[in-house]
Design a binder for this molecule. Structure first.
Ligand code: CP
Length: 301
């Protein structure tokens, strides 16, 4: 496997190998002496994904090339393909790309010979976010199988929802959606629950950000929390052990009551921490051979 574009590329065993590799990196400070050059090409805003990739790359001892789209030659009309080809020509070993297009990788994946990691593709896929969500759930329950996971919010515009729903289903979870009518996506075949039903049955409540930047018209959010979000009253009806996830950034007071963001059952900042280990694992597996055991990947450190 040359690129990491989608969770669909991996077998279930390969997903679990990645989760175990990420776990092994959790308390590890040893650096890999790889002398690899990596460029993070972000064409949409990001705090968590870009910075956690940077931390992961530096912890692996990689050389991180400084790229800012606003000061790059893309402002002179250079295409994404020619930009990627340029990095390949000057000796980059790995590209991490986030772009607003749903399928930016289609043109690149056949023609770019260095590995590419998808750090977010429009409304379509966010596989590294999915992998860190899987790790967070796996740490909690030791399995994905038979868990009830409800993905709540702006399903229609969310790449996180799409990557997670498919991967969780494939790994044996029972997946449901909950959304305001305008945020439903009928092209995805998952049952919808009301938020009141969702909080009572879920093991994992995965909240999503309202993606205002992808809406054609301004979305009214007055009363959204009471009608569709996680209020303090609803949180009290959740099962004792069930957890709250959110990929962040969070619209506090909209999809979740601000006081719940750091509550006991919230794993929102744990997800961010896990993002570093998962990205270390994905980079290592991609550069050293996916499917090799995690011992092999770690031996190289
Ligand atoms: N969860 C996530 O992708 O966050 P950023 O947009 O800040 O990278």
């Amino acid at each position: 496997m040359r690129h990491f574009i989608s969770l669909n590329q991996l077998t279930n065993d390969e997903v679990y190998t990645c989760l175990e590799t990420a776990e092994a990196y959790r308390n590890r400070t040893k650096r890999c002496n790889q002398n690899h050059f990596v460029a993070n090409l972000f064409f949409e805003p990001s705090t968590r994904t870009k910075m956690s990739f940077t931390v992961a790359e530096k912890r692996l001892g990689m050389n991180v090339l400084d790229f800012q789209s606003a000061t790059s030659s893309m402002t002179k009309g250079e295409t994404l393909y020619d930009t990627a080809k340029t990095f390949e020509a000057i000796g980059a070993d790995l590209l991490v790309i986030r772009h607003q297009s749903d399928d930016w990788f289609k043109e690149l994946k056949e023609k770019i010979t260095i590995p590419i990691i998808n750090a977010g593709a429009g409304k379509a896929e966010h596989p590294t976010q999915c992998m860190l969500d899987l790790l967070t759930i796996y740490q909690e329950y030791g399995t994905i199988e038979n868990l009830k996971v409800v993905i709540v919010g702006d399903i229609k515009h969310s790449r996180v929802a799409k990557s997670n729903a498919e991967a969780l289903k494939r790994l044996g979870a029972e997946v449901f959606f909950s959304a305001a009518p305008t945020f439903k996506d009928d092209s995805l075949e998952f049952p919808y629950l009301s938020m009141d039903e969702a909080v009572e049955i879920c093991d994992v409540l995965m909240l999503l950000r309202i993606q205002h930047e992808r809406h054609e018209n301004q979305t009214e959010t007055t009363n959204y929390l009471e009608e569709y979000g996680l209020t303090k009253q609803r949180e009290k009806r959740m099962k004792k052990e069930s957890i709250i996830l959110h990929p962040a950034p969070v619209n506090r007071g909209v999809e979740i009551d601000s006081g719940l963001v750091e509550c006991k059952r919230s794993r929102i900042f744990k997800q961010m921490e896990n993002g570093v280990y998962v990205r270390m694992a994905i980079i290592t597996q991609l550069l050293q051979g996916w499917g090799k055991s995690n011992e092999y990947a770690l031996e190289k450190c």
